[in-house]
Design a protein around this ligand. Structure first.
Ligand SMILES: [Fe+2]
Length: 313
């Protein structure tokens, strides 16, 4: 087992964050209930339902569900000239957007994909449940099963997405996920260090605390874990080397030419899916494991991502 040491660095107390997040969640729920005030969202919701009906009428719904179940292991090698030597060949398993209660038994498909993989650390970048509000108890057991089949010597670290509530944090920590709530940790190998920062979700719940969390010292090799790509500017400004995110599902339902009618991003739409670069920072927007809204995919594929860090140019 590799040596790991970390002292969690936080820019704000968990309690202060919780009070702020709770209020933002209440505002969001109120906003959603008064849906006539947000016509764009309402039209989208109605459009999704109509699209689902159309898929059923045309016999394509089942095909879409089968597509959503077919997740792959995507392997990536990423090169960084400033990667500490001790982290050359360091392997990250990145899981995101599990939405584990959308398709019954979906956890077994994820376990099948990850159980024989070798990696040093595992990052979960949010969105554990199907809906953006309501109960979440139903996701605990399937997530626990996945954790029991995750073998990461340096640990499993996670953060919240826009479908998640502050109330889940304790439960996620109880099943073995070290949550990063606008917090940073140091991973150490052979007296060399890299810094990992995880922020709260910036898509529904932006706050000044997210930006403050990214204001870390510039000398280290740094990885930002953020639910969506929407903080690419702040991360690059603070000299992050790698930005890992999800949220978009790569569009989830795309046209055959790859065009995504729904990008679900307020900014950074050019970073909808896959590898990207912004200034000197490399980013990867995973299409995610699961699906939300309708339990279907077309012309996109879900994945678990195995990333190998390499020293090089
Ligand atoms: Fe999301």
């Amino acid at each position: 087992m590799n040596q790991l040491s970390f002292g969690k660095k936080s820019v704000i107390s968990r309690e202060k964050w919780r009070i702020n997040r709770e209020q933002l969640e209440k505002n969001k729920t109120k906003y959603k209930l008064k849906w006539t005030k947000n016509k764009y969202l309402s039209y989208i919701d109605v459009a999704i339902e109509c699209f689902g009906l159309w898929l059923k009428l045309t016999g394509q719904y089942k095909r879409g569900i089968e597509n959503a179940k077919e997740i792959q292991v995507k392997e990536l090698e990423l090169k960084f000239k400033n990667l500490p030597d001790a982290f050359n060949n360091y392997k990250i398993l990145h899981l995101t957007d599990l939405h584990i209660d959308t398709i019954p038994g979906f956890e077994e498909r994820i376990i099948k994909k990850i159980k024989n993989l070798n990696y040093d650390v595992c990052f979960w970048t949010g969105d554990y449940r199907k809906y953006t509000s309501g109960d979440y108890q139903q996701v605990k057991e399937p997530l626990k099963k996945i954790i029991e089949n995750t073998h990461a010597p340096d640990g499993v670290f996670g953060l919240l997405g826009n479908h998640d509530t502050w109330q889940m944090v304790g439960d996620l920590e109880d099943i073995g996920i070290e949550m990063l709530i606008n917090e940073s940790i140091i991973l150490e190998r052979e007296k060399q260090e890299i810094l990992i920062t995880g922020t709260d979700d910036p898509h529904y719940f932006p706050s000044k605390y997210h930006e403050q969390a990214l204001e870390t010292e510039k000398a280290l090799f740094k990885i930002a874990l953020i639910h969506s790509p929407e903080m690419y500017e702040e991360a690059a400004t603070n000299a992050y080397d790698l930005y890992l995110c999800g949220h978009t599902h790569a569009g989830q339902v795309c046209l055959p030419n790859g065009f995504a009618p729904l990008k679900n991003l307020k900014k950074g739409k050019q970073f909808l899916s896959g590898l990207w670069k912004y200034k000197s920072m490399i980013g990867y927007t995973s299409p995610g494991c699961g699906v939300s809204g309708l339990p279907v995919r077309f012309n996109t594929q879900g994945e678990v991502t195995l990333i190998t860090l390499k020293k090089g140019v």
